[in-house]
Ligand binder design. Sequence first.
Ligand code: OGA
Ligand code: MN
Length: 308
Amino acid sequence: MDASIAQRQRVSSGAATTSTPDIRVVQLGPGIGAEVKGVDIAAGVDEKAFARVRHALDAHSVVILRDQDITPAQQTAFAQRLGDLRVSFYNRYAVPNQPELSVVSNIKQDGVAIGIEDAGMLWHTDGSYLKTPDMYTVLYGIEIPHRDGKPLGNTLFTSAWGAYESLSDSMKARLAGLRAVHSFVHHLDKKASLGKLKRAPLTEKQKAELPDVDHPIVRTHPLTGRLGLFVTEGHTKEIVGMPGEEGDALLNELWTHLKNPAFIYTHTWRKGDLIVWDNCAVHHLAVFDYGDIPRRLHRAGLLGPVPV
Ligand code: OGA
Ligand code: MN
């Protein structure tokens, strides 16, 4: 770890107590999840305030800014302060005039979906099927479904490092050096077989553009150096060199472990929530319990490094 990262970590660990006037960081979940209070993106976020958000992200992996009222351009500008944005290959659902943002929604206009309808319905990290998966995701809640006054469509986050650190020494030894295949084609096939696919199948050209990739099963966080478990039910197809039952059993054991409530922060959305999460530190899942009740969010993804 280089000196600047160590410096940032020192700052991060003090984030909940150091004072930037009017900004407070409130921890929400078990090791992951924090609300940063006192930031109004539309009004402008100065360097000092932005540094508090960043530090909270390093320390808590999932950061929530509530009561935001922002335009697509403002969301894009804010997200850009975290790094380089990915302009999605799957840009069919870009926000009009804002190719950096994708619409996540179940809403149809004239019978046509306005956004990605099945985003996140299996545990995953964003872009793990790419050589360079997304580092951060910035998701903004515009329409949140309710039934009988109760908000629906929660997003769950689980801690990759919480899950890794609690493994037995023998399991850690077993996983050391192993790699796993992540596959978008497999992901869509799996969604289809579970009846969760709500998009057109990939064309052969799209498939060719999205070849399977492999990544380490134990990933080192590029900023904190912390080790995290990096296999997901959504995208991990098999363990390299361990196809068949043995590999499947091991993957199932790790997926089950990652779903232990001890590692999970459940986010109940409110309109105006902006969530930033660290895909190197957490996995996430969208709960689809709202049927046709409208839900609409805008998402930005930040480019990340090759996982090591
Ligand atoms: C995503 C995603 C979760 C949700 O957009 O990447 O996983 O709750 N969304 O919509
Ligand atoms: Mn996602």
